[in-house]
Write a protein that binds this ligand. Structure first.
Ligand SMILES: Nc1c(NC[C@H](O)[C@H](O)[C@H](O)CO)[nH]c(=O)[nH]c1=O
Ligand SMILES: CC(=O)[C@@H](O)COP(=O)(O)O
Length: 158
């Protein structure tokens, strides 16, 4: 088993005014997705954000769904949640790389996105990462979106 390493988490930023988050989740592995969503919702509640949630079939559809929502400028930030577990073929690499690249490209266009798409070898690895009492990657992705929103608002005021 890998050594456990503590990650330092920034405190949640204080954000004034209304705050709208969209969670886009791929429930390809339902139990994992549920843990990720629970963690993300808890962080959103801490920041008093209102949350909408939509589901898409798989991680590959997450960037496209966020791009569609972003066209309407409905949300301050987006939280991408899902899980990719290595199978027998190279499809794993496509799903991991293209979902990540899609989110990164959207981020570089100025959209505030937290990436909580797990890319793992085993279901056990996914379980500890999705668990809100464990590594809580869903919460981490929501926090990442909030940090970007805070920066955007700060620089919009200058
Ligand atoms: N294998 C996994 C997938 N594959 C499905 C794709 O994301 C996509 O929905 C399909 O290719 C149709 O476009 N998705 C996951 O979220 N996790 C996987 O492990
Ligand atoms: C991660 C995947 O895309 C995977 O679930 C597909 O499995 P396989 O490579 O065995 O078809």
């Amino acid at each position: 088993m890998a050594a456990s390493i503590d990650h330092h988490h920034l405190p949640l930023p204080r954000i004034e005014g209304s705050l709208r988050l969209l969670i886009v989740v791929a429930p390809y592995y339902r139990q994992i997705a549920d843990g990720l969503v629970a963690g993300a919702r808890a962080v959103a509640a801490e920041a008093s954000a209102t949350v909408d949630l939509v589901e898409v079939p798989g991680a590959l559809e997450i960037p496209a769904a966020i791009a569609l929502a972003a066209r309407r400028d409905l949300y301050d930030g987006h939280v991408a949640l899902g899980c990719v577990i290595r199978g027998e073929t190279t499809h794993y690499d496509t799903v991991c790389n293209d979902s990540s690249r899609g989110l990164t490209l959207l981020g570089l266009q100025g959209h505030c996105i937290g990436n909580g798409i797990l890319t793992v070898e085993t279901l056990a690895q996914a379980q500890v990462r999705a668990d809100p009492q464990g590594q809580n990657k869903g919460g981490g992705a929501a926090a990442a979106a909030l940090h970007l929103i805070a920066l955007k608002r700060r620089w919009d005021r200058m």
